[in-house]
Write a protein that binds this ligand. Structure first.
Ligand code: NAX
Length: 327
């Protein structure tokens, strides 16, 4: 039997946590033959609720679940962690300025990054889901100087999956027939969902849709889908976000399929004019457990302007957290 993989989930008592933990424990994160040990990190006020979820996890009698522990201390929660899913974050509340939001999250992701630096396993992989995800990931990464920077990622897989779903509907093809869709930039309303290299059942998507539909319907629909879900569901995306987090880590560990790529926010190496060090979404493949940016794609003027706008927002966020002394 294999040694269990230690997976730490922060914000475990939240709604994404509730949708995520049971799928991890049933083997969807890493594979149906990989046992997992779960560590749930919460703020003290929510550890009791997390204990309740831990009791339910026990009650599922998942054959792959080697144990569940609840923590309110990041140092303990990240000790020996192999996969860290940073879901808990400080949401923006009424009257909160961007600086306040970044500062509150700096107070969460700085110490969590430091705890990962201090105690994580040498193969640790980190996915930040909590918003503002890209900049929270940057803060954590900057507090973990001994961990290779490429282990810190932020989630744009939900945006990617939303783009696949919208395209599949528009073109009336199954999602499984879609290839090479890209989300560029920030996980925010400035993100750029790009279909100029995409294929649907082997045909170039750009020949099947017109630019007006892309500019006026597809791009804003995907970028504002989170708000649309809140409007209709009365609560923010939870199961779809959890599902995307599962997809992100599963792909990272197990690889992308031949002839396709996916989207993830990873530390830029300067590719496509994205300043090095920013955590920005790119077209990526996963090989041997590592993300690689798909190189050599032609970027049209239409795409360039939109990538640049989202990257400019990431730069502003980085400048702001630098100004606040958070990195
Ligand atoms: P909830 O408010 O339901 O849960 C968040 C949980 O995090 C709470 O239980 C809270 O106690 C906990 N928490 C807060 N600070 C913590 C800390 N320092 N350590 C450990 N736990 C802490 O939010 P939920 O709907 O689960 O969303 C979680 C985060 O995901 C939010 O920041 C949200 O904005 C973000 N999202 C990111 C998405 C993405 O695509 N990257 C999409 C979905 C989601 O909006």
């Amino acid at each position: 039997t294999k040694t269990p993989v230690t997976v730490t989930v922060t914000g475990a008592a939240g709604q994404i946590g509730y949708a995520l933990l049971f799928r991890i424990a049933s083997g969807h994160l890493l594979g149906a033959d990989v046992p997992v040990r779960l560590r749930l990190l919460e703020i003290p006020a929510a550890t009791k609720a997390a204990q309740g979820t831990a009791m339910e996890l026990d009650d599922c009698a998942f054959p792959l679940l080697a144990g569940v522990d609840v923590f309110d201390d990041p140092k303990a929660a990240f000790d020996g962690v192999n996969v860290a899913l940073l879901v808990g974050a400080r949401p923006r509340t009424k009257g909160m300025e961007r600086g306040d939001l970044l500062e509150a999250n700096g107070g969460i992701f700085g110490p969590q990054g430091a705890a990962i630096n201090a105690g994580a396993a040498s193969d640790v992989r980190v996915l930040v889901v909590g918003n503002p995800a890209n900049t929270n990931a940057l803060i954590a990464q900057q507090h973990a100087p001994d961990v290779p920077a490429d282990r810190f990622t932020a989630m744009t897989r939900l945006d990617h999956n939303r783009a696949l779903a919208q395209l599949a509907k528009k073109l009336n093809v199954p999602v499984a027939e879609l290839r090479k869709v890209t989300i560029w930039g920030n996980h925010s309303a400035t993100q750029y969902p790009d279909v100029f290299h995409a294929e649907a059942a082997g045909r170039p998507v750009k020949d099947l849709v017109d630019q007006a539909w892309l500019a006026d319907e597809f791009i804003p629909r995907v970028a504002k889908r989170g708000a649309e879900i809140i409007e209709v569901r009365g609560a923010s995306s939870a199961a779809s976000a959890a599902s995307a987090a599962i997809d992100h880590v599963h792909t990272w560990v197990n690889g992308t399929r031949e002839g396709d790529w996916t989207s993830a926010a990873i530390v830029s190496d300067g590719s496509y004019g994205v300043p090095a060090g920013l955590i920005s979404s790119f077209p990526v493949v996963a090989k041997d457990g590592k993300w690689e940016i798909v190189q050599g794609l032609e970027i049209s003027e239409f795409s360039r302007a939109r990538i640049d706008a989202s990257v400019a927002e990431l730069q502003e966020e980085r400048t702001a957290v630098q100004g606040l002394g958070l990195i």
